[in-house]
Design a protein around this ligand. Structure first.
Ligand code: SF4
Ligand code: SF4
Length: 206
């Protein structure tokens, strides 16, 4: 089985949210639902006075969807067996026919990737655009990014090209679920667990 995953280059991302909107359009999601979200993370302060000011302010963006993890908390938590890893791609898919709307996956996933559909009372989430991937196309978010900050490929290929880091605030530490995600850090970025910065757009990503 090839295990596919995402690469995110924080040095390229401008926080434009084209990826998020392209996904919402392609998946026909309502106004309050997003499978890919973009966190605005910032912090630091100014000190001194007059022309002796110094500062350590920073601001950056993190685009994230489901990370199709190797130790998926969603799958473990689901009491109805609605989650499975696709045998060809390693993408985590949810069978909405099997989902009983218990929402255990939503509470268990540290990335908050599964979302509750109030109309159907089922959970749903990013499936890595599995139908596109099986036609040798990239996920729609990757195609849409104007800065080429996202890539999608065999995770072994991505790790050989870009290393094996998936730690970036405000995402959780990767050892929780072993995400198939590679992150390139920019000079401003902080690792997961950072306590200096704050999430500046909580209502957008909740
Ligand atoms: S990111 Fe969350 S929903 Fe996606 S595979 Fe990992 S634990 Fe499951
Ligand atoms: S489309 Fe690209 S640059 Fe814009 S927020 Fe998404 S990842 Fe960042």
């Amino acid at each position: 089985m090839t295990q596919y995953g995402f690469y995110f280059d924080s040095s390229r991302c401008t926080g434009c949210k084209t990826c998020e909107l392209a996904c919402k359009d392609y998946k026909d999601l309502d106004q309050t639902t997003a499978f890919r979200v973009v966190y605005d993370y910032e912090g630091g302060s100014f000190s001194g006075s007059g022309n002796q000011l110094s500062q350590d302010v920073f601001s950056y963006h993190v685009s994230r969807a489901c990370n199709h993890c190797d130790e998926p908390a969603c799958l473990v938590a689901c009491p109805s067996g609605a989650f499975s890893k696709d045998s060809d791609t390693g993408l985590m898919v949810i069978d909405e026919e099997v989902c009983i709307g218990f929402q255990a996956c939503i509470n268990a996933c540290p990335y908050k990737a599964p979302r509750f559909n109030k109309e159907t009372e089922k959970a749903r989430k990013c499936d890595g655009c599995i139908n596109r991937v099986k036609q040798n196309l990239k996920p729609i978010c990757v195609e849409a990014c104007p800065l080429r900050a996202l890539e999608f490929d065999d995770i072994d290929v991505l790790r050989s090209k870009y290393g094996d880091n998936a730690s970036i605030a405000p995402l959780p530490t990767p050892d929780e679920t072993m995400p198939n995600l590679v992150v390139k850090m920019a000079p401003a970025t902080k690792p997961s667990g950072d306590t200096i910065g704050i999430l500046a757009n909580p209502k957008e990503v909740d």
